[in-house]
Design a protein around this ligand. Structure first.
Ligand code: NI
Length: 139
């Protein structure tokens, strides 16, 4: 059977701040720019989760995307949307809230539930701004 990849997009809006406590204010501002704004700032994030599997001969689906979406809503979007990523999110405690770190943390939150469906998680991609994307493939 041919293997096919499918992707579900979810969106969330959240605040964060990139800051290293051991550094001076100047170094934080010059490294992280607007993302080091002392009183927080926000992004409208887009999350793309890709799974791969064989096409079921009866349904014609690799997996029902409603099931993927339900996992993403419960495990990720409901925890991040309209929240402060630095303060409010259990799985981001004590982590830098860069898009890179977020992609790995989201992968780890969803991989076991996704892989219980008839598919395998292959990519977590996050778009933070129009021009910046990050992708984690689990390695
Ligand atoms: Ni930012």
């Amino acid at each position: 059977m041919p293997k096919v990849s499918i992707t579900r997009r979810e969106r969330f809006s959240a605040a964060h701040k990139l800051w290293v406590n051991d550094w001076t204010e100047e170094k934080n501002l010059s490294t992280f720019g607007g993302c080091a704004n002392p009183n927080w700032h926000g992004h409208n994030y887009e999350l793309f989760v890709t799974v791969e599997g064989e096409v079921n001969p009866v349904t014609g689906f690799v997996v029902n995307l409603k099931d993927v979406s339900k996992i993403l809503k419960t495990k990720v979007v409901n925890k991040l949307d309209h929240k402060n990523l630095n303060l409010d999110v259990d799985f981001l405690q004590n982590k830098m809230t860069t898009t890179e770190v977020l992609a790995v943390a989201i992968w780890e939150e969803i991989v076991s539930d996704i892989n219980k469906l008839d598919c395998k998680l292959t990519s977590v991609k996050i778009k933070e701004t129009e021009n910046n994307f990050v992708e984690y493939k689990g390695a």
